[in-house]
Design a protein around this ligand. Structure first.
Ligand code: ADP
Ligand code: MG
Length: 340
């Protein structure tokens, strides 16, 4: 009846179809956006609704806004500005990450140290002012790097840095925390299969339809991006790598990368090209990948062996790949050799 009064029912149908399309949650296979200083890509299988993607990316930005040293209003920037002066109340997210950071600093005997900020700023790796500082400059900032001078007060949720000039840097743990938070949103939404990839901090959620494990490529440190040395098999796990190839500059034939020995104030030089951790919690894996990279092969592997349900795969300068016994790793690039 209505159609009789309307000149062109086909147009009405088209409009209705379009309105319906707008109001329905749309599905998209994957979404990639820049956040936390890297390309973050989320792949939701089967239920890729836009609103879930939006919720995840909003959460990633919220974490970045609280933890980035490059955002002057972030909690971390405020704590740094008040170093040696007064405690600063921080958001629960930040407090949680700092507590875990101090835990791993203690466990790694300071190889992982969230107070490495003054060394990071001095070298400026990846920034316009990147350079090799003179030894006296390094010597000047080294006394400012000490996780024991970070005072966390759980009752007030505040953080105090004991010395003027101290600075926190959560660059080696914040992405892990963010990846866990993204995975939690996915789980709460009832999504059965998904991949979270925050610039190489990977969480695989659920299992594939055919029940076979997810395959995560292990970057060849000397190859182009996406060129793999091997494959790590994982289910309901996170796979996190710290490597020399992520951020660096070269000068006089040397490569200066962004993972520092907090005791020397120089890029860590332990013969490791990349350290990958496979475990359940991405924040832990992120801290541990940095810790193992700085500790070196022997001490790093003994640290990993002391932590339950945690595996490591190390790619060494001499082309050997060394893994802990339960790591599910397959070598694909035969220019490397694999020792378990
Ligand atoms: P990526 O950022 O490439 O994932 P990492 O997780 O190892 O690699 O983090 C490296 C970042 O962590 C550096 O850019 C710096 O901000 C910070 N950092 C460098 N050395 C250390 C260290 N020894 N302990 C804690 N954080 C560090
Ligand atoms: Mg890390």
């Amino acid at each position: 009846m209505i159609c009789k009064k309307i000149k062109n029912p086909f147009i009405v149908l088209c409009i209705l179809f379009f309105l319906n399309f707008l109001s329905c949650p749309r599905t998209e296979a994957s979404r990639a956006e820049f956040a936390l200083g890297t390309v973050c890509s989320i792949t939701l299988f089967e239920q890729g609704q836009s609103d879930i993607y939006r919720e995840i990316f909003n959460r990633l930005r919220e974490i970045e806004n609280r933890m980035s040293v490059n955002i002057p209003s972030s909690d971390i920037s405020r704590v740094n500005a008040a170093a040696g002066i007064e405690p600063v109340k921080v958001h629960e997210d930040v407090f949680r990450v700092l507590e875990r950071s101090v835990h791993f600093a203690r466990l790694s005997d300071g190889a992982f140290d969230p107070s490495v900020g003054p060394v990071v700023s001095l070298w400026g790796i990846g920034k316009d002012n990147q350079r090799v500082p003179a030894q006296p400059e390094i010597d000047e900032v080294l006394p400012l790097v000490n996780w024991r001078d970070i005072e966390l007060d759980a009752r007030s949720g505040s953080v105090f840095l004991g010395k003027v000039g101290m600075a926190l840097d959560l660059g080696s743990i914040a992405k892990g925390y963010a990846a866990d938070e993204a995975a939690a949103i996915i789980k709460r939404a009832g999504i059965k299969r998904a991949i979270v990839d925050l610039g190489g901090n990977i969480v695989v959620c659920g299992e594939k339809k055919d029940k076979s494990p997810w395959k995560v490529g292990l970057q060849n440190p000397g190859g182009k991006r996406g060129e793999y040395a091997g494959i790590i098999m994982a289910n309901e796990k996170t796979v996190v790598t710290s490597g020399v190839y992520e951020r660096y500059f070269e000068q006089d034939g040397f490569r200066y990368h962004h993972i520092f020995s907090p005791s020397r104030g120089y890029p860590a030089d332990t013969g490791i090209l990349s350290a990958t951790i496979i475990t359940a919690n991405s924040m832990d894996a992120d801290a541990l990948s940095t810790a193992v990279f700085v500790l070196g092969c022997e001490k790093g592997l003994s640290l990993i062996k002391s932590i339950p349900e945690t595996e490591a795969v190390l790619i060494m300068e001499d082309k050997s790949i060394i893994a802990t016994s339960a790591a599910d790793f397959i070598l694909t690039d035969k220019t490397f050799y694999y020792k378990k």
